[in-house]
Design a binder for this molecule. Structure first.
Ligand code: AMP
Ligand code: ZN
Ligand code: FE
Ligand code: FE
Length: 304
């Protein structure tokens, strides 16, 4: 049983279409895959149609951008995975729209910064790389830099210009993690922290903060992720146990957009998916919202 619960399609900054992503997940021998594009549900329908065609399990979700508030202003970036929320819940829709707008409107500012550094990239160049994305972001600026020969790959573009603290870095709107978690729960969805100690959130999320987020309705931690070394995983696994949170493991696949993160490179144990889906069911029932069901072609798949 192979389960991968964090992947991106071309609806955000992955390079496979939603159908292509699901096809590759089936070809990689996965039994269940989740589609979790940044701040959008746009890929759900196409992914579901392909999952039904291929007979592979699908959990729909999104990876929502948030940021810690600090006294000095913008704090570390934190990503919240939201599984199976009601996509029509107005508050959640507004939150995602506001995040996507913030992402799109900063692109011209980034391009001005690059221009000042002698690097000419047009918004058309960026738009071409963001063709099927719901909002253009730094990864698409990076693609344009690669195409123009300024960088060898996205990573180099982030390292040299676009990453936090880089010469062309521009911050953008993001709600606080607690606000996202509350909104996801109100939408009947199950919130899980993506890569809590990943490179963007650094070590900013303390154990006490994670406990506080668990109190707001967080149901799981992404523990097995390539950004986490062995010691980090051991620590987070233990903490998840103490807080009664599900332990997830996933690839964070982006197609050609991110090296090494191959589908199924990290996976979630079946009993942890059962725990996640049980919690999701309870939240959905309590919310009174109409939430999507996980698509599991073989219902006995998760029975122990
Ligand atoms: P944005 O949402 O426009 O701020 O872009 C952030 C996204 O860029 C993240 O969610 C990652 O998927 C991607 N990203 C961040 N750092 C890197 C990197 N070093 N190389 C490639 N992609 C990255
Ligand atoms: Zn991404
Ligand atoms: Fe992330
Ligand atoms: Fe991701």
């Amino acid at each position: 049983m192979r389960i991968d619960l964090h992947t991106h399609s071309s609806c955000s900054d992955g390079t496979d279409t939603p159908a292509g992503l699901v096809r590759k997940a089936a070809e990689a021998g996965l039994d269940v895959v989740a589609i979790t594009d940044h701040d959008t549900f746009a890929g759900w329908e196409e992914a579901l149609a392909e999952a039904e065609r291929r007979g592979i399990g699908l959990v729909v979700g999104a990876e929502i951008s948030s940021r810690l508030a600090t006294e000095s202003g913008a704090g570390a970036s934190v990503h919240v995975l939201a599984y199976l929320p009601d996509p029509t819940f107005p508050e959640l829709q507004h939150m995602l729209e506001r995040i996507r707008n913030g992402r799109a409107t900063r692109v011209p500012v980034i391009l001005e910064r690059l221009q000042a550094l002698g690097i000419t990239i047009s918004s058309d160049d960026v738009a071409r790389h963001a063709r099927s994305a719901t909002a253009p972001g730094r990864p698409h600026v990076a693609d344009a830099l690669v195409e123009a020969g300024y960088a060898a790959d996205r990573n180099e573009a982030f390292d040299r210009w676009l990453g936090e603290g880089g010469p062309a870095y521009v911050t953008r709107y993001a709600p606080e993690p607690g606000e996202v978690i509350r909104c996801v729960v109100a939408a009947g969805g199950a919130p899980v922290l993506a890569h809590p100690h990943g490179r963007a959130s650094r070590q900013a999320l303390t154990d006490a903060m994670l406990a506080e987020l668990a109190g707001l309705g967080l149901v799981g931690l992404e523990v097995d992720h390539l950004d986490h070394d062995e010691a980090t995983r051991r620590h987070l696994r233990e903490l998840a146990g103490e807080l009664g949170l599900a332990v997830l493991g996933s690839s964070d696949y982006h197609g050609e957009g991110k090296d090494h993160h191959d589908l199924g490179c990290c996976t979630t144990d079946p009993e942890e998916l059962v725990r996640l889906l049980d919690r999701a069911r309870a939240i959905a029932d309590a919310s009174g919202r109409r939430t999507p069901e996980p698509f599991l072609p073989d219902p006995t798949l998760l029975e122990r």
